[in-house]
Design a protein around this ligand. Structure first.
Ligand code: ADP
Ligand code: MG
Length: 391
């Protein structure tokens, strides 16, 4: 029931083999970057909010070898190969995935790095478009690869900025820094509490082996996802303007209550979500630090309810998974469940007792398939290390 999580070395071995077959030589450098989930902190990173993500055990891996030219050749399973001059200003490609790489390249060129040409092969175990930030992992993996090729390590804020600018330019998502930060700087056995206003981050230990996360990919993506995402971004902007505050961090729940009429029903709900979700992230970090795992379920449930009813970005399939997990409950090994990612499909996150993972996955798989006719993809994860070069 639980899908395999190939290890980083297994994924790298696949990349090496394909590289060998394609380029008839051996890669000299391999970079890896994980996807991410938020335990708490959805749709607040673009509102100066606070978020609590973890890097997951699913990855993008890129193996490469300098080729004594100015040209980068890059491909991967099912990808039309691309070829571009890595020393020249980057132009937009008709291939979306290549644009994420072009954006990162441009970030390094703007910092006056001279990047040598190379051949490269991409492998990944992250499902695309499942709310697990495969696009971010691709950007962070490529940025890490370039760091290796030019023999530098960028300051944290530079690397996240480069990856984020590429994301913002080439997707419809006006997202904040949290995904890039989690993928680049995640740590094994830790969550990351990120203040998206000050851009400061703290590592929160999560090292109890009896607890694990299940990620359930609903395998649905509702068509209007991107448009609705942009609509929510616009609503947040309009609500803040009506509240007449410089930043969401200056808005209290009292401000929201007092301005209910002025905001109108929809913006009032959006504002409620933004303010309460940002309150929940440090609360969840505290609860984890104190080992108070019973309280985490309530925080996750409040977050899910807020996303479903106030920010209105859930969907039937996500609500179904979260409902099934809640039915299994504490006795059955579930400590908490909520949707994760920007919503309208994608994945749900369930905090579970490790020894009951299989059983929980089996129940959810069976009930979800019976109700929707869709077989979900379920895998387990623990907090993983962020982007790095493999030695
Ligand atoms: P998410 O980031 O939630 O997975 P997005 O729609 O933001 O969903 O990003 C998915 C896009 O990222 C893909 O359509 C593709 O362009 C790019 N991408 C991610 N991983 C890879 C990969 N391994 N190879 C090629 N493109 C990838
Ligand atoms: Mg993405």
């Amino acid at each position: 029931m639980i899908a395999e999580n190939p290890s980083i070395s297994e994924i790298a071995a696949r990349a090496h083999q394909s590289f060998n077959e394609l380029y008839q030589s051996t890669p000299t450098i391999t970079a890896v970057a994980p996807g991410r989930v938020n335990l708490i902190g959805e749709h607040v990173d673009y509102c100066d909010g606070i978020v609590l993500p973890l890097a997951i055990s699913r990855y993008v891996v890129i193996s490469a070898r300098p080729n004594d030219s100015k040209i980068a050749h890059i491909t991967g399973p099912g990808l039309d190969p691309v070829k571009f001059d890595i020393s020249a200003p980057q132009i937009t490609s008709d291939k979306k995935w290549a644009n994420y790489l072009g954006g990162v390249t441009q970030g390094f060129l703007d910092l006056n790095y001279h990047i040598p040409g190379f051949d490269a092969y991409i492998e990944s175990t992250l499902p695309l478009g499942a709310g697990l930030s495969s696009s971010t992992a691709l950007e962070c993996c490529f940025a890490t690869l370039i760091e290796g090729l030019v023999d530098t390590v960028l300051p944290t804020h530079e690397k996240t900025r480069i990856a984020l600018e590429s994301e913002r330019k080439h997707s419809n998502a006006p997202s904040g820094i949290s995904d890039q930060f989690a993928s680049a700087y995640g740590a094994e056995d830790h969550l990351i509490l990120i203040d998206c206003q000050s851009r400061e981050a703290d590592l929160i230990p999560f090292n109890d082996p009896t607890l694990s996360f299940l990620i359930v990919d609903t395998c649905v993506s509702h068509d209007l996802g991107d448009e609705l995402y942009l609509e929510r971004f616009g609503s947040a902007f309009r609500a803040l303007h009506l509240l007449d505050k410089p930043s969401w961090r200056d808005v209290t729940m009292d401000d929201v209550y007092q301005n209910e009429e002025k905001l109108g029903e929809t913006l009032y709900r959006r504002a409620k979500h933004i303010v309460t979700e940002t309150q929940r992230a440090p609360l969840a970090a505290n609860v984890l630090t104190n080992g108070d795992f019973a309280s985490i379920g309530k925080i996750m449930a409040d977050s899910h309810r807020s996303l479903r009813d106030d920010f209105q970005v859930s969907c039937d399939e996500l609500d179904l998974i979260v409902g099934l997990a809640n039915e299994i409950g504490f006795e059955g090994g579930v400590l908490g469940a909520r949707m994760t990612g920007s919503g309208f499909g994608g994945s749900a996150l369930i905090l579970c007792r490790t020894d009951q993972l299989e059983e929980i996955a089996k129940k959810i798989n069976r009930a979800y398939e019976a109700e929707t006719g869709i077989i979900p993809i379920i895998f387990s994860t623990r907090p993983s290390k962020g982007a790095h070069i493999l030695s």
